[in-house]
Design a protein around this ligand. Sequence first.
Ligand code: GLU
Length: 483
Amino acid sequence: MTGPRVRFAPSPTGYFHVGSARASLFNWLFARQTGGTFILRIEDTDTERNRDEWHQGIISAMTWLGLDFDEGPFLQSDFLADHISAADALLRAGYLYPCSCTREEIDERIKGNAKPGYDGYCRDRAVPRSATTALRFRVPDEGTTVVPDVIRGDVTFPHDSYEDFIVVKSNGVVLYPLANAVDDRTMRITHVIRGEDLLPTTPKQVMMWEALNRCAGVASVPLPLYAHLPLLVNEQRKKLSKRKDPVAVETYRDQGYLPDAFVNYLALLGWSPRGGEEIVPRSALIEQFRLADVSHSPAFFDVKKMTHINGEYIRRLSPEEFVEQSAPWVAPWSTSWRPTDRTVPWSEAQFDASLYGRVAPLVQERVATLGEIPAMVDFFFLDAPVTDEASFAKAIGSDPLAQALLGATVERFGELDWTAAALHEAVIELGEALGLALRKAQAPIRCAVTGTLVGPPLFESLELLGRERTLTRLRDALARSAS
Ligand code: GLU
């Protein structure tokens, strides 16, 4: 007896939706936990969507997330012959019938009908199959179809809410419900784990699956168990919208979310460990994840919570790992992958890798995403800091007190031992002499040297920046304030 076989079956869209990432992850976790097989099948039968770079996008997003597959990538379009032969078998056995109705004819006839949808006009007309006929599935008039769902229990769909749906269009295109079910049969999928948005189509697949099992000459394949994952919603509790919500995984990768943190957060979208912890490393996810523990209530895709988790993961990196992982954002010329549409504020010549190695621990404590690093450390590498005008006006402006402090600081910094501790001590004293608390005394110095009022710890930063560069910046700010 081999283990479960699951698949992730995305339709290419040009970007990797967070909902797809979650579906992919839950399949992967289930396979890894049960010793099963995880298959990637790209459902590319919509020719508009059949672009190689989009397929590559799916694979590279999965690689980034660390979701390795055991079989595939398969392309659904390669199985066209199977889809057609399944449709033929269903037709021969009478489960499908040719239909010659046009949309207009149907709309005209069904106006005012109590039951919406197709009225079964061609059901018993024995229309010969031709280049203008579609094939419809004969949905039984009575009874129900039951979808066995691990998360929701048995979900029962009455047949009278389904029309005789089209399986093969008049142009010969086999539609998704059949293609998807036939591939699941061929691949002997045991568990179909996918988004709740697909649940309404599932009864059609179950009906066809069971019909195929009764067709002569077609192998009987056990129906898989389904697991329809809860909807992802935004803060307004509305389904995530690709126009209004940031749903592309690539955007998060570019912003500097760590794949492990991203995976950890995705796992919490509909599932939580029994102990309720928020930080669940990958190995613990594999151990603790239970499909049956997935909730069916909508899951809030909370970017703030994800960012918080990412910050936690960043802090858990070793200093070396942090330097290495941040390279695409600080030294993109040295890495094989770099974030799209981002430029670093300094040039390769201005960047000093060994200085960055010393600066990095100061920012590792303070960033929630790797993309925040450049703005926080630019003053170390640029010849002069980028001055935020509002900060300058607030902390220095033309204030005589700030000028007195900066002047005294220049004097004092010229002679003391250049260590963070001595600098700290000196600023306390300089502030006291002018009646300023340390926080107030630090602000003009920080603004003069770094250009802003927020950033890594000041005295450690000054120590790393060095005496000469610090003094030049203090003098420049003083001159600007006095002019
Ligand atoms: N390719 C379809 C989609 O992406 C079906 C997915 C599935 O059955 O898992 O919506």
